[in-house]
Design a binder for this molecule. Structure first.
Ligand SMILES: [Zn+2]
Length: 413
């Protein structure tokens, strides 16, 4: 297939080309990128798909998802293991219509993502490329303990849990160490042990850290990615840039919760202050209002330090949009970076951090043919991401013009 469009964003954060085309090969890789006329002549046997006034770019990667996060469903009592698996499957596949061809799951039920990947390998299902942790870990009673996160304490128990999760298929490790308070959950000794155990095994690790001093402790320990980093300081971002630690801000998630809280507060107006709903919303407001402002006011300054920024959505609340990666990138642009720079946080940056830079993340010869085509000139208008024309995964069409193509073709029965 030869995919043509007026514009091409390679994914490196700066390059925009015009009049190019991409040839995909039978092996699922990009065979060639070049001038449209030349390629059409060179490969006369290939079907030409011309999208006209549109932009070709690499398929996007959402670096912070929770495919199996069913806890806030109103009928959560129905969610047995089988339903959770199907829930996670439809969640993963919803990525295709947003141009998402890979994702990093940052905690789901034990072995859930490993099982979905196995089903994809067998050809039972078609899903984006998934890199995943297992169910993560927090201290006893720490953030996430009521969402099936493993509760482990002490350096050796943490090392043992990391070994168990790796045994059960974890490709990354996730630790949670802060919630909304300024008391860090894990001690420095525990965080150091976690990073040492992961890196000793050649596995990378990310940490949920949003408040001080938990963020500084996480940077000192050397976690490969800081998730959220809501109240990061400029000096800390500089330290991260120097140490090569990446930042997944998840702006959308906090802004969404800020918006929801604002609306709920308005609805609560007139309720007595000791009303439990009112109290809950007030506590939410105390956290999400400064969180929203921190992202809005600091994002560009932090980006300019050269820290590796990763786009992640982290949307887990019932009723919230699924995998709203285009909106995350839109916030980044609203806060000061260019559309082409924002695209890099969801293409080549994730590929590098995940260790797949030789396989994907750019529109480049020899890489996986995970291609996204959107209407219009995306380099000028990031909201064009909401107008997806075509998505291919390994050269196979998985979404086009409003229809998902996720049927199975590889069954051995
Ligand atoms: Zn999360």
């Amino acid at each position: 297939m030869i995919i043509c469009a007026k514009y091409l964003i390679t994914g490196d954060g700066k390059t925009v080309l015009e009049g190019k085309a991409v040839v995909t090969g039978e092996d699922g890789k990009i065979k060639k990128v070049g001038d449209r006329e030349v390629l059409v002549r060179e490969f006369p046997e290939e079907e030409v798909k011309d999208y006209g006034d549109a932009t070709i770019l690499p398929g996007l990667c959402d670096m912070h998802v929770h495919l199996g996060y069913w806890f806030s469903q109103p009928d959560s009592f129905n969610y047995n293991d089988q339903l959770i698996t199907l829930f996670a499957l439809q969640h993963a596949q919803a990525g295709f219509e947003r141009g998402i061809t890979s994702m990093r799951d940052m905690t789901s039920a034990r072995k859930l993502c490993a099982t979905i990947k196995m089903a994809a390998d067998k050809g039972f299902v078609t899903v984006p490329r998934i890199t995943h942790v297992d169910n993560g870990m927090c201290m006893t009673g720490g953030h996430g303990w009521d969402d099936d996160i493993a509760q482990v304490d002490g350096p050796w128990e943490i090392r043992k849990e990391i070994r168990r999760q790796i045994r059960d298929g974890a490709e990354w490790i996730k630790i949670l160490t802060t919630h909304r308070s300024h008391i860090p959950e894990y001690t420095q000794e525990e965080l150091d042990a976690a990073v040492d155990e992961c890196h000793r095994r050649g596995i990378k690790c990310g940490i949920h850290a949003g408040t001080q001093p938990g963020i500084q402790m996480s940077i000192d320990a050397g976690f490969d990615t800081i998730e959220h980093g809501t109240f990061l300081t400029y000096e800390q971002v500089q330290q991260m840039a120097e140490k090569g630690l990446a930042w997944t801000p998840t702006i959308m998630a906090y802004t969404y919760l800020y918006d929801v809280t604002k609306k709920n507060m308005e609805e609560c107006a007139g309720k007595p202050l000791n009303d439990p709903v009112m109290q809950k919303e007030m506590a939410n407001w105390e956290y999400f209002e400064p969180a929203y402002k921190a992202y809005r006011d600091n994002f560009k300054k932090f980006y300019d330090t050269g820290v590796t920024v990763l786009a992640g959505t982290d949307m887990v609340v019932y009723g919230s949009p699924l995998l709203p990666l285009p909106r995350e990138l839109q916030y980044m642009v609203e806060y000061g970076i260019t559309p082409v720079q924002a695209i890099q946080t969801a293409t080549s940056n994730p590929a590098k951090v995940l260790g797949f830079e030789k396989e994907r993340g750019l529109v480049e010869e020899g890489l996986d043919a995970d291609i996204l085509v959107v209407e219009g000139d995306l380099s000028k208008d990031i909201t064009r991401l909401n107008h997806v024309k075509l998505v291919t995964l390994g050269g196979k069409r998985v979404f086009e013009d409003g229809i998902r193509y996720v049927g199975t073709t590889n069954m051995f029965m």
